[in-house]
Write a protein that binds this ligand. Structure first.
Ligand code: NAD
Ligand code: MG
Length: 384
């Protein structure tokens, strides 16, 4: 049995991961965590026979303690204690946002393998996270569907020279606003932005997909995971979300990874690696799908992708600043405190005003994140 800790188990990825655990053999859940939805978390803990959980929100943790006789951790060090106390073989980090960085660092520092859905860890932590994994020998297994696809495609070239792989391509569905012009995006609502055409996901990543910054975060994630230069990573819009990624090889071959948009596939891949799990899913039916189409990104209507690529190329703390500003702007949009187009505006202005450090430690990142959030909040207030 592989001992598994799931962080963010009440979210979209967390719930699907528990589904993978119950529908496949060999995984034992030994600890769970959530931000605030304590009742859902208690139900999960009871079902899994877990006796120790962590809850980020103090008030929710208090309520959970009053309702349950298991151990409920909270406070700044709670995820560290949860992970270390559980003695896991694998941690799934399915927390949303930069809050996922600290448990990523704890897991990798201990040499524990990490199934990483929390892409923000790699965007914010960058080289430090990758170097930490290399130093302790812990494995970083991507859960993001495109990166899971790339992991599999790159593995198929193992044993050949690294130069064989010339380019990586990430596909993007284009989100709910694909095909709209910039002016048509001015008055879109939160409900429209949350209605993703092909994937069902948490609120923050759904908005990130609508602005296309999600794809920018994913290019940075791919650059960090696979060590590929930004100039060798392409993004293409593919509305059907059947082709998840492609690698282009020196001999003119291109290999692509296909599948229905179902996150249980990349989750199962990461949780069961290096084995393949048996999932009861319908095989891909190309006749029924009919056509796969591809188009270029409209950078005028969706400036967030280029903002992310610029921050990625600049490196240092720039992706950390970009991510922090995005989190503040997306929260404001979801709260109806700003419009859709203002998300890009807040990010651009925050990046312009930020002091970017080229060399950084984890403490520098915490400080950059804090400062960028404060600047982004000021820009938001000025827009209102
Ligand atoms: P979600 O909002 O549905 O769930 C987030 C989880 O994190 C919840 O359990 C929540 O309680 C917990 N959480 C939130 N804030 C926290 C905090 N401060 N401290 C501790 N826990 C906290 O999000 P999601 O859609 O499941 O996405 C999770 C991560 O996976 C994100 O980084 C996202 O980009 C990535 N991802 C998601 C999908 C998807 O299909 N949902 C696909 C690819 C990548
Ligand atoms: Mg993805």
């Amino acid at each position: 049995m592989r001992r598994l800790v799931i962080l963010g188990s009440t979210g979209s990825i967390g719930v699907q991961a528990l589904d993978v655990v119950s529908s496949t053999e060999g995984l034992e859940v030994v600890a769970l965590s959530a931000g605030s939805r304590w009742q859902d978390l208690l139900v999960q803990a009871q079902r899994q026979g877990v006796r120790r959980i962590a809850i980020a929100d103090e008030q929710s943790a208090e309520l959970a303690r009053a309702a349950w006789d298991g151990e409920v951790l909270s406070g700044p060090q709670s995820l560290e204690h949860l992970i270390l106390g559980a003695e896991p073989d694998l941690v799934l980090n399915a927390i949303v946002g930069a809050a996922g960085l600290a448990p990523t660092v704890v897991t990798l520092s201990e040499g524990i393998d990490l199934a990483l859905a929390n892409k923000e860890s790699l965007v914010v932590g960058g080289e430090l996270v990758v170097e930490l994994a290399a130093a302790t020998g812990a494995r970083l297994l991507p859960v993001d569907s495109e990166h899971s696809a790339l992991h599999q495609l790159i593995a198929s070239e193992e044993g050949r020279s690294a130069a064989t792989i010339e380019r990586l391509t990430l596909t993007a569905s284009g989100g709910p606003f694909r095909g709209r012009s910039r002016s048509e995006l001015e008055s879109v609502t939160v409900e429209e932005a949350l209605r993703h055409p092909t994937w069902e996901m948490g609120g923050k990543i759904s908005i990130d997909s609508a602005t296309l910054i999600n794809k920018g975060l994913e290019v940075i994630e791919a650059h960090q995971l696979f060590g590929t230069a930004y100039s060798a990573i392409d993004v293409v819009i593919h509305p059907q979300s059947i082709v998840h990624a492609m690698i282009s090889l020196a001999d003119g071959s291109s290999l692509a990874h296909l599948g229905y948009p179902d996150m249980r596939v990349p989750i199962a891949y990461a949780l069961h690696w290096p084995e393949r799990a048996e999932l009861e899913l319908a095989p891909l039916d190309l006749e029924q799908i009919g056509s796969l189409t591809f188009e270029a990104v409209d950078n005028d209507a969706f400036p967030c992708l280029q903002l992310a690529l610029t921050a990625g190329r600049e490196g240092g703390t720039a992706p950390c600043v970009l991510n922090a500003a995005n989190e503040i702007a997306v929260a404001a949009f979801l709260d109806r405190r700003c419009g859709f187009l203002q998300i890009a505006e807040v990010i651009a202005r925050t990046l312009e005003n930020a002091q970017i450090e080229q060399s950084y430690s984890f403490d520098t990142l915490i400080e950059s994140d804090r400062a960028a959030r404060a600047t982004a909040a000021e820009h938001l207030a000025a827009l209102a």
